[in-house]
Design a binder for this molecule. Structure first.
Ligand code: IVH
Length: 707
């Protein structure tokens, strides 16, 4: 045997233990392989499940290669649950049927998406249990309904021996080769007090960020993009080639059990919540967003809370699952044909719907970007009726293969603009040839200027600039927006009138509008005209950051505008800053820097800025550049309700001190500021060991250090 295969650097404690064992007897080799497996399982758990790695990737790889080499030289040492088996990349001819030892049931769906749905379930449970009206509330475990694919993981003496899909509930398909590639699925259970046979049920899903990354990669390669995380995850699990599955970043959450043989003394849980805790002890990923609640009221509250948090979760859910918490009561309630009486799925309104595509129109945006907009048969999706949805750009549209007349899938999640994610392939009948080959117009549909596309870019743009009425309107709306100059009452209808009537051609002209001129507009009463003039007057007192943002420089969003204001302290310094100085600003890269330079290199843009100042717009000079910056370079996350500061106030204070406020907690977060009713962000901070502060703690950070 080659002694080079197993040379250990005596660094970490367990490595030292391995290194001590230097004799090359076969029993020692077997022992060494076992220790390597153990170490790799341990670090995979820290990395994939707890998201808290303790070993650099290169170290992990090194150990992995050692085990691989050892197994290659001594095939008899290879075990089915070895970490090296994750990446084998088996290709199958077809998926083999697997008969489930315990059927994989479905779950009753409560179709009433309002709070009444939860109450109906609770009433059913109480009736089935024959509880008198004055009996105390039933205890429930409320958890998320993950939107993925159900699988059954079979562990025998702690090792994963089989993974199967649900299939028809009686018989599923063997997908072990693919599920093995999912880092979050342990190949070996942690500890030793598990049942000899343990079937874990749960959902394979894809995180939204992983889905976006995957689609970005597809786009870069000019390949077809995937429609949604759920279908992509389900497709990956059923691949014949494990290498393909391994390239799709999948995740897993455990939520229940199948067959179990022999709980060890003291290990058998009495409640569903305790069962999930136990699965977590065995190293299985279990969602932290779950709660034990009392009665219908508790269910309604969880359902409502998660609806608010739904769009901020890193993965899709399509509802909440309620389960009677006591396993004894579950047994008592039993099953009715194919569904348990002790559980129900309480859905949320769907975020995707199908609807016919009636036409495609071109919209011209603030920066001149031409966006193909789908005109849809109105459809109720994500809580509102949608009749327009973006198709992003010509290339997206082509890749999706969407044509007028197709039935398309529309997605609307939270405040995001509704989008067409793809077409429904399986609609029978010929495709209607209304617009067989959609093309971008060569001239702007609004101002007839030439349409251009930057070399290699995806976007088509109208070259008309502020000559184009569409761009002018959007520029005014942006300028007047709440986060920019905040001119109350200046909405689309009014801007249309002002631009179409020739009252406003440039931004500074807004400030020349008087009550007399405005009252001449249709549907404009003198009172509203006066209000608008007052709002314009009020907007003149602003901040440098808002003003920079309001100018609508491409690539300069609110955060960049704040960074620029903070860095330079005056408008003149921003306008004159050479590229290399712009690049010194926090988060400003070459593209953003060039865009700022290009903007201020155009004399008419400088003129607009000057005229606006001349019209009376002002801000405290050197506002931010002077103050102390105790939080410079720090990222904070705010969660929950603080005792005295509103969310916006706290954010402003952090930013004034040079810090950044992020929306989610990660390893890069420096502090989490938590108030009352802080939720998963607090839990995540604790999990990652990010320091958590209360409002007083935040104030202490903000206070300049006492000399
Ligand atoms: S429990 C006997 N819990 O919903 C009850 N199912 O069941 C078995 N699902 O496709 C299901 N999240 O994969 C349960 N937290 C959760 C779930 C969940 C998602 C899926 C499951 C199945 C469907 C109906």
């Amino acid at each position: 045997m080659n002694p080079n295969l197993i040379r250990f650097a005596a660094g970490l404690p367990w490595e030292r233990a391995l290194a001590d064992n230097r004799h090359m007897a076969d029993t020692d080799l077997a022992e060494r392989a076992a220790q390597l497996r153990e170490a790799l399982h341990h670090h995979a758990h820290l990395y994939y499940v707890l998201d808290a790695p303790q070993l650099p990737d290169a170290e992990y790889d090194r150990l992995f290669q050692q085990l691989q080499a050892l197994e290659a030289a001594h095939p008899e040492l290879l075990t089915a649950d070895s970490p090296t088996q994750r990446v084998i990349g088996r290709v199958l001819d077809g998926l083999q049927p697997v008969r489930h030892a315990v059927p994989m049931l479905s779950i009753q769906t409560e179709t009433d998406t309002t709070a009444a749905g939860a109450a109906a379930f609770d009433a059913r449970v109480r009736r089935e249990l024959a509880l008198p009206d004055d009996a105390p509330p039933v205890e429930y475990a409320a958890e998320l309904k993950f939107d993925g694919l159900a699988v059954n993981l079979r562990y025998e003496t702690g090792a994963l021996v089989q993974a199967a899909t649900r299939g028809d509930g009686e018989t599923g398909e063997d997908v072990t080769h693919n599920v093995q590639t999912i880092g979050q699925v342990p190949l070996r259970l942690r500890g030793a007090d598990w049942p000899a046979v343990l079937e874990v049920r749960g959902e394979v899903y894809m995180r939204r960020d992983d889905f976006e990354t995957l689609n970005a990669r597809q786009r870069d390669r000019g390949e077809k993009t995937y429609i949604n995380p759920r279908n992509t995850a389900a497709g990956a699990v059923r691949q014949l080639d494990a290498k393909v599955a391994a390239q799709r970043p999948l995740s897993f959450f455990a939520y229940g059990l199948g067959e179990v043989q022999g709980w060890p003394e003291g290990a058998e849980p009495a409640t569903h919540a305790a069962l999930l805790d136990r699965l977590a002890v065995y190293g299985l990923p279990v969602s932290a967003d779950r709660r034990v609640v009392q009665g219908a009221e508790g269910l309604v509250q969880f359902h409502a809370e998660m609806l608010i948090r739904r769009d901020a979760l890193p993965f899709d859910i399509d509802g909440i699952v309620y389960k009677v918490n006591s396993l004894a009561l579950q047994k008592q309630l039993g099953f009715k044909t194919r569904e348990p009486r002790w559980a129900v799925a309480h859905k949320y309104p769907a975020q995707e719907q199908m609807t016919p595509l009636r036409g495609i129109e071109i919209q011209v945006g603030r920066t001149g970007k031409l966006t193909p907009v789908a005109k849809l048969e109105p459809v109720f999706v994500g809580g509102t009726t949608v009749s327009n949805a973006t198709l992003h750009n010509l290339f997206e549209l082509r890749r999706k293969g969407v044509r007028v007349g197709d039935t398309v899938i529309v997605r609307r999640a939270g405040d995001v603009i509704p989008e067409v994610v793809g077409r429904v392939a399986a609609v029978p009948g010929p495709r209607q040839p209304y617009v067989p080959n959609f093309r971008m117009p060569r001239h702007c549909p609004v101002c007839a200027s030439a349409v251009v596309r930057e070399r290699g870019g995806m976007d088509h743009r109208c070259s008309g600039g502020l000559f184009c009425a569409a761009q002018r309107k959007q520029a005014i709306l942006h300028f007047a927006g709440r986060r920019a100059m905040d001119v109350e009452g200046l909405g689309d209808k009014l801007v249309d009138q002002l631009v179409d009537g020739g009252f406003v051609r440039t931004l500074p002209e807004l400030y020349t509008l008087g009550v007399a001129k405005l009252s001449a507009l249709e549907r404009m009463a003198e009172k509203s005209a006066a209000n608008l003039v007052a709002a314009l007057e009020k907007s003149k007192k602003t901040s440098l950051a808002r003003f920079i943002y309001a100018l609508g420089i491409r690539q300069v969003g609110e955060a960049t505008a704040k960074d620029l204001a903070r860095h330079f302290g005056s408008l003149d310094r921003v306008m004159d800053a050479p590229l290399d100085e712009l690049l010194q600003v926090n988060d400003v890269g070459p593209v953003v820097a060039q865009s700022i330079r290009t903007f201020f290199d155009q004399p008419h843009n400088r003129e607009v800025a000057e005229q606006l100042r001349a019209a009376g717009i002002h801000w405290p000079e050197h506002e931010a550049a002077l103050g102390p910056q105790p939080l410079l370079g720090k990222t904070l996350v705010l969660t929950g309700t603080l005792p005295t500061l509103s969310r916006d106030q706290a954010k402003a204070l952090v930013e004034a001190a040079g810090g950044k406020v992020a929306g989610s907690v990660s390893k890069k977060t420096d502090y989490v500021v938590a108030g009352e009713e802080a939720g998963s962000k607090l839990a995540k901070a604790q999990e990652l060991g990010v320091p958590v502060l209360d409002e007083a703690g935040l104030q202490a950070l903000l206070a300049p250090p006492v000399a």
